[in-house]
Design a protein around this ligand. Structure first.
Ligand SMILES: [Fe+2]
Ligand SMILES: [Fe+2]
Length: 274
């Protein structure tokens, strides 16, 4: 691995930008895997919030605490091990401690959706998107070990999606949800795909590589752009859109039709290179 940009104040701002872009492009998998390990290994905070939010749903609380939390923490542990083995110069523990301090106050119940059914739509979108992200990592990496880990995680994220979908369909059967509300909930989550957790995870990975980088110089936009380039080649759009279609209360024909439009919108607005 070749980390550039150790002197962020040197040269013109244009030169510094070019250096950032080159740094991120050269080490994109490192940034992605390290940032993902931070978010996954912090799943106990998300679990706490979900358990509080769905407190009256004992079946779901049981699954969240027994299965979901354990598997998400397992994803974090596997990615952490991979980062520490592959990039031993990166001080994972120190960088994660700084991320945690920053993120702890941001991960609150108030950040959740207006109703349980809307929150379940958001969770389905997150799990489908995350499954796509790990499939993308597996496809983009030349390392068989990372491919194995990423494909294993993707399979479990698909399992999480199916379970959240089951809960959502139960809520929707009990109280029908207008299509507009479902579409808005899907869209709100797609639009929030670069949430505060992703930004803070990237920030602390980057700052541990380039400690004296000022906050105004956290090149998150370059990172997102590099991810979008990777997505254009490797993201399984079709799989993810297909996963989201059962959220819509329509028959198979109409779902297929809507699926085509949803795919175009997702691809054009969120993942296509800009
Ligand atoms: Fe996960
Ligand atoms: Fe998951």
């Amino acid at each position: 691995m070749n980390w550039f940009g150790t002197n962020p104040d040197g040269g013109t701002s244009r030169e510094a930008e070019d250096r950032d872009r080159a740094e991120i492009k050269a080490n994109l998998l490192f940034y992605m895997v390290a940032a993902a390990s931070f978010v996954e290994i912090t799943s106990h905070l998300y679990t706490q919030n979900l358990v509080r939010y769905f407190a009256t749903d004992t079946e779901m609380v049981g699954w969240l605490t027994r299965v979901w939390k354990r598997e998400e923490l397992g994803h974090g542990a596997a990615l952490k091990r991979y980062v520490q083995t592959t990039w031993p110069a990166f001080d994972w523990e120190a960088a994660y401690a700084r991320f945690y301090l920053d993120f702890e106050g941001e991960c609150t119940v108030t950040a959740m959706a207006a109703s349980p059914a809307q929150e379940l739509v958001a969770l389905c979108v997150v799990e489908a998107g995350t499954a796509g992200l790990y499939r993308m990592l597996a496809s983009a990496s030349a390392d068989p070990e990372l491919r194995r880990i990423a494909n294993g995680i993707a399979a479990e994220e698909i399992g999480h999606y199916k379970q959240f979908l089951r809960y959502f369909l139960r809520y929707r059967a009990a109280r029908p949800m207008p299509i507009g509300v479902i579409l808005r909930a899907i869209w709100a989550q797609i639009a929030d795909i670069d949430g505060i957790d992703a930004y803070l995870a990237f920030k602390h990975v980057y700052k541990s590589i380039i400690p004296n980088a000022p906050l105004s110089r956290i090149p998150y936009d370059h990172f997102r752009q590099a991810c979008r380039h990777m997505a254009a080649r490797h993201f399984p759009y079709r799989m993810v859109v297909k996963m989201l279609l059962p959220l819509l209360p329509f028959g198979p024909g109409l779902r297929r039709l809507l699926g085509g439009s949803l795919m175009l919108v997702v691809r054009a607005l969120r993942f296509a290179p800009s």
